[in-house]
Design a protein around this ligand. Structure first.
Ligand SMILES: [Zn+2]
Length: 336
């Protein structure tokens, strides 16, 4: 501290502890002043830097939070749309299930009708000579309950929707088809029944075992008075007590007895036709009874205005007696 040079210099004594020697650091005066100034400057710089860094971190955090919020919103949106999709699918499935049930009932109904038709055709196939195989081939039947399987392949949601829509369309088509069938099948059945009634109801069967004709239809000499008279039917000779058959299927409308006709039966057939059976020894049907073609209805006899055992057989169309011979055939081949 004695010279000018020494005045411009400062000495720092650094003492650490008792074991270490004292260190002397000589510094120029300006430098001595610059050090704290630099320290102050660097500290404030540090503070500023820290502030800057903090604000940057905060901004980043804010951005992160915003991003998370956005992600959450997007996620919520996708959850919502997924829920809507599931709801749509569920609705489609519910609709399909209800349609399927409805369809099942309709198909059962059609199947029942078809079975009726099948039974009807089977029952009468001998007389109608129906091609059985052709009819049976059209039988509706399915069984989806067994023998199914295969690889599981996951489908996309849209595919599911498409599939549901497609199935719905298929169901709709099938429903329309079934609707048409449902109205068509009973019509066909009714038509077939009518045809069958016409066929079996037509009086074409010879009504006795005997085929000996003793008096024909038309004008003849009356066997009792010897005078010309109109004979409204034909007389077929036969044994007393022999079987009398219905010439066609129909309904017994009269089963009675009178002085002239003796015991007699009138059967009503389709197309305004009736068959009359007279001079019977015994009536074997009741009024109101339906009889089949060839069914035994009475025993041949000679009751009423009769000269011997015979059947007076008469065909009446719309209350007018007709010649029976164009109607009935003198053989019983139809019974077999
Ligand atoms: Zn007669």
């Amino acid at each position: 501290m004695k010279s000018a040079t020494a005045n411009r210099r400062m000495t720092l004594l650094v003492m650490r502890d008792a074991q270490h020697s004292v260190k002397q650091i000589h510094l120029s005066k300006p430098l001595m002043l610059a050090v704290p100034a630099a320290a102050v400057l660097s500290l404030s710089g540090l503070v500023l830097a820290m502030q800057a860094h903090s604000s940057q971190v905060i901004t980043q955090l804010e951005q992160k939070v915003n991003l998370e919020n956005m992600k959450n919103l997007q996620l919520q949106g996708s959850v919502n749309s997924r829920e809507q999709s599931i709801e749509r699918l569920q609705n489609e499935i519910i609709k399909l299930s209800s349609q399927a049930k409805d369809m099942q009932l309709k198909m059962e109904h059609v199947d029942e009708l078809e079975q009726q038709l099948q039974q009807f055709i089977d029952k009468h196939s001998t007389s109608m000579s129906t091609d059985d195989s052709a009819v049976k081939a059209s039988s509706l039947s399915w069984d989806a309950s067994e023998h199914v399987g295969g690889e599981f392949i996951a489908v996309h949601e849209n595919e599911m929707l498409d599939l549901a829509q497609e199935t719905k369309d298929d169901f709709q088509e099938m429903q329309e088809l079934l609707k048409a069938m449902e109205s068509q099948v009973p019509h066909t059945l009714k038509k077939a029944q009518e045809t069958q009634t016409q066929i079996s109801g037509n009086p074409t069967l010879w009504p006795t075992s005997s085929q000996v004709l003793t008096s024909s239809f038309g004008y003849r000499t009356d066997p009792f008075t010897g005078k010309a008279a109109f004979h409204a039917g034909i007389d077929i000779a036969g044994e007393n007590g022999g079987p009398v058959y219905a010439a066609g299927a129909g309904k017994v409308v009269t089963a009675d007895e009178s002085g002239a006709r003796g015991r007699y039966i009138i059967i009503e057939h389709p197309n305004g036709l009736q068959t009359w059976y007279m001079h019977l020894s015994k009536i074997q049907v009741d009024v109101g009874e339906s009889v089949d073609k060839g069914e035994q209805i009475a025993l041949l006899g000679s009751t009423g205005r009769s000269t011997g055992p015979h059947l007076h057989f008469q065909v009446v169309k719309n209350d007018k007696p007709m010649n029976p011979l164009p109607y009935i055939r003198p053989e019983k081949s139809e019974l077999n």
